[in-house]
Design a protein around this ligand. Structure first.
Ligand code: SF4
Length: 148
């Protein structure tokens, strides 16, 4: 189970309010030029199927609850990758009235990929680093009902 997660991670991408620049670079990773699917990485639409949460854009008051919900619905073990300067620190949206800052103001972040926009090579590098962190995280054993 752990080996299949490491060899074929499933990824959920959430745009937390970015300008779409970093999202276009994430999509570029799926094109034949970068072709991350050859590593078994699949883009998922459901957090319950994901191992890695890729987040672009800054956290703000409006999307914080959605971001937290997605994080909580993603099963353990999971890793979060903040893609782009906005997701890392708030970036160009820093000091906007409704912006809280980087994604780590709302959920724990494991890997930061800076850049405006983050380059596809850097995103792939960040995901590979995230895989190493995923392998280090242990799955909690499910406790038997009745305490046996
Ligand atoms: S880091 Fe740059 S490209 Fe990415 S969401 Fe922010 S402003 Fe857009």
């Amino acid at each position: 189970m752990a080996k299949s997660r490491f060899k074929s991670p499933w990824i959920l991408h959430f745009n937390c309010g970015s300008c779409n620049g970093c999202d276009i670079e994430i999509l570029a990773c799926l094109t034949p030029r970068f072709d991350v699917e050859r590593f078994g990485m699949l883009h998922m639409g459901n957090p319950k199927h994901a191992d890695i949460l890729l987040v672009t854009g800054p956290a703000n008051r409006r999307n914080a609850r959605v971001l937290r919900n997605l994080y909580e619905q993603t099963p353990d073990p999971k890793v979060v990758v903040a893609v782009g300067t906005c997701a890392c620190t708030g970036g160009m949206f820093h000091n906007c009235p409704n912006v809280l800052g980087g994604v780590d103001k709302v959920i724990p972040v494991d890997v930061y990929v800076p850049g405006c926009a983050a380059r596809p090579e850097a995103i792939i590098d960040g995901v590979v680093l995230a895989l190493k962190k995923l392998a280090e995280k242990k799955v909690e054993p499910v406790k038997a009902v009745g305490g046996r």
